[in-house]
Design a protein around this ligand. Structure first.
Ligand code: ZN
Length: 428
């Protein structure tokens, strides 16, 4: 039986330099319209004592000058968002949340921030053959030489972008550029699960991913990402102006290389899992990033790096989810709590456990394991334990695989992960 779902692919804009001025003007226009609508709500509210809903507000505003800055459907969406925000606030209030504030104005000092712009069916034209999308401007912003914005985009090389229902232009503050969210309708046949085994993934910095299958483990070091971080930070420092085209070009290149790395990694893990009869993949939910300063904290580096890693993690899990789904594999996030402190062999918990040169050493049973593999195995067991109770007589199961995981490195030449011995070129 065919199932239907929507899936959102995030795409970077290849010709960003050519389109960002136009996208900026739409993004600012959306904020202005929001503010006009916000102000209108206030007025009606004061006069009548009640908050107008979406259709009343649209009827009020559709002849307003600001309404024609965007495509009519895009303007409608802005007003709908505001109405939804008011509804959300109102129901919070009714549920006794006295602290909830009504939606505010979109201001950034004296300037307008860049709001997300949504394009519905008559607001865009998608060209799937050339990975291009035409986004329409409102009447006011059209000029003699163009009445639409033509974006060329890059997205997941494995994704089939068709049946696009909606396009959103979203300002990515982290990367300082616009990106496109392509909302597609997908149909897929019910796919049989490859098996009933469970894999666990521990996400980290030195190893981007450590994967445990319960009897073997694979590490995917993040060396290629680190080299890029170093290289691009250095090149970027040479730019006099951080908003120059050269700086933008570098940022763009860096982010597409990072994206490519994450795509390749998620694809590889899904393929490896399928081959091993894995039906469920458990991913740690990154308490380490969220709970900075607590005992669980991993070394995620400076604040700026943290949000970068947070972003990369979210992207990675999304990629993993939809790639896994196509192979009948379910991805579940599990709480990472204690997964780095607990011995995966004897379940002994020790806050002061020793990690020496990346090894986890258990004082209780003497197990020596790669620390990330130990974490991944604990994450795996958190999910497996809920399905299959652990055997109490499991004491003599071999743990050698935990001490010596396979290491697969990202090879730039082939764009793939290969076992360490085979990598010839790992320079950026
Ligand atoms: Zn132990």
């Amino acid at each position: 039986m065919a199932n239907q779902a929507t899936r959102t692919y995030i795409a970077t804009i290849r010709n960003h330099c050519q389109v960002y001025d136009s996208l900026d003007s739409l993004g600012f226009a959306a904020s202005k319209l929001w503010n006009v609508a916000r102000w209108t709500v206030d007025r009606i509210w004061k006069e009548t004592g009640y908050i107008p809903d979406h259709s009343e507000l649209s009827a009020y505003l559709k002849n307003h000058e600001r309404y024609a800055d965007l495509n009519a459907q895009s303007s409608q969406r802005v007003i709908q968002e505001l109405a939804e925000a008011f509804r959300g606030w109102y129901s919070k209030r009714q549920n006794g949340d006295e602290m909830a504030n009504p939606p505010g104005y979109r201001k950034r000092g004296d300037e307008h921030p860049r709001s997300t712009i949504t394009f519905k069916e008559d607001g865009f034209k998608h060209d799937s053959e050339h990975n291009r999308v035409r986004l329409s401007k409102g009447r006011n912003l059209k000029d003699h030489w163009s009445d639409f914005i033509l974006c060329e985009y890059d997205t997941d090389p494995d994704a089939t972008v068709e049946n696009v229902q909606q396009v959103r232009a979203v300002w990515n503050d982290q990367r300082g550029e616009w990106e496109l969210h392509l909302v597609c309708r997908v149909e897929f046949e019910g796919i049989d699960s490859p098996g009933d085994r469970t894999a666990g993934i521990d996400i980290g910095i030195s190893n981007t991913a450590a994967v445990s299958y319960g009897d073997e483990a694979v590490l995917y070091p993040g060396g290629a990402l680190k080299e890029d971080e170093y290289y691009f930070a250095k090149e970027r420092a040479k730019c006099d102006d951080t908003t120059s085209n050269e700086a933008r070009r570098l940022d763009h290149k860096w982010s597409s290389r990072r994206t490519h790395f994450l795509h390749t990694l998620s694809k590889t893990i899904v393929e490896e899992s399928e081959r091993r009869g894995v039906g469920t993949i458990a991913v740690g939910d990154l308490t380490g990033i969220r709970e900075n300063g607590s005992g669980e904290t991993k070394d995620w580096g400076s604040k700026g790096n943290q949000s970068l890693h947070r972003w990369a993690f979210d992207r990675f899990v999304t990629m993993l989810e939809y790639k896994a789904e196509e192979h009948g594999i379910i991805v579940e996030t599990v709480n990472e709590r204690n997964t780095s402190k607990t011995c995966a062999c004897c379940e002994h918990k020790d806050s002061n456990q020793r990690v020496e040169r990346g090894l986890y050493i258990c004082d209780e049973c003497g197990t020596v394991a790669n620390a990330d593999v130990n974490g991944a195995e604990n994450i795996r067991r958190k999910l497996e334990d809920t399905q299959v109770p652990p055997s109490p007589d499991d004491e003599d199961r071999s743990t050698g695989w935990m001490a010596q995981p396979a290491v697969h490195l990202f090879d730039r030449e082939s764009g793939r992960f290969t076992p360490r011995e085979q990598v010839v070129n790992c320079k950026p």
